[in-house]
Design a protein around this ligand. Sequence first.
Ligand code: C2E
Ligand code: MG
Ligand code: MG
Ligand code: MG
Length: 280
Amino acid sequence: VVKSRGRNSYEFFDPTMEAKTLERILMENELRKAIAQGHFEIYYQPKKDLSTGKLTGMEALVRWIHPELGIIPPNRFIPIAEETGMIIELGEWILRHACQQNKRWQDEGFPPLKVSVNLSARQLHQKNLVEVIQTVLKETGLDAQWLELEITESVLVKLEEAIEILQAIRDSGVQISIDDFGTGYNSFSYIKHLPIDTIKIDASFIQDIHQNQESQAIVKAIVTIAESLNLNVIAEGVELLDQVAALSENGCDQGQGYLFSKPLPTGDFEQYLLSAHKNS
Ligand code: C2E
Ligand code: MG
Ligand code: MG
Ligand code: MG
């Protein structure tokens, strides 16, 4: 190890630093600024009951609105926010805005819907998470029953700890959904231990479900497990009517995807709500 003579010279020899390109460093700085200035927008995507076509909820999906670069998708900055810890502040901003908007829609007289907010691993293991959630609900006035948190399987590495946290969240009346289910290689072994409400079947199984026996079998198995554990099940990435038919055949009665709508900015989603209301 090269002996450090100061912070900067040490960093110069730090092997983890070598991997950090200039672009990455610029991104981090830009992201820090964006968080300080609130340069984000939340898009909403509807969730539907596949048999009745009724709206069952909506997922909040964040976008970074960069003054020069335009809209930056979450896959490009959420991992950076996670690694740097900035996700704690950003995540709270997202949670607060999604709850605030949902409460606003309810106050405007739209039929109440559940909003689902994605939670990253780092957030789940943040010390005061439950407190943060409760504070946000109190300050926005949203009842806990209208909030759901989506958590991917990868956050369940520290299983014992995760179970305790999920239980505490559910004790406060907020629902939990396991996102991208089926992609982790232990999915089926731990699912019974989890205090959760919903399984969200990963889009990769939906993509070819209408033409692939294996995907059908997997979806059917997930639905069977969900039923026996008394959990809701929803398919993500639904793009085709053929997929809806295959999902229904295999007992999956909820879906989300471009077939119904892409994620929409607040104003457009409100128009969507208005027309969904009129047509039902
Ligand atoms: P996810 O939670 O699994 O969200 C589903 C992603 O699939 C979204 O991408 C959505 O726009 C996209 N999608 C929905 N329907 C379809 C479809 O029919 N076809 C296809 N090809 N794609 C569809 P998006 O918004 O780019 O988000 C990507 C991921 O970024 C999310 O995956 C989630 O893991 C993460 N993410 C998004 N917003 C947040 C957030 O507020 N907080 C955190 N921690 N992560 C977020
Ligand atoms: Mg999600
Ligand atoms: Mg997902
Ligand atoms: Mg996904």
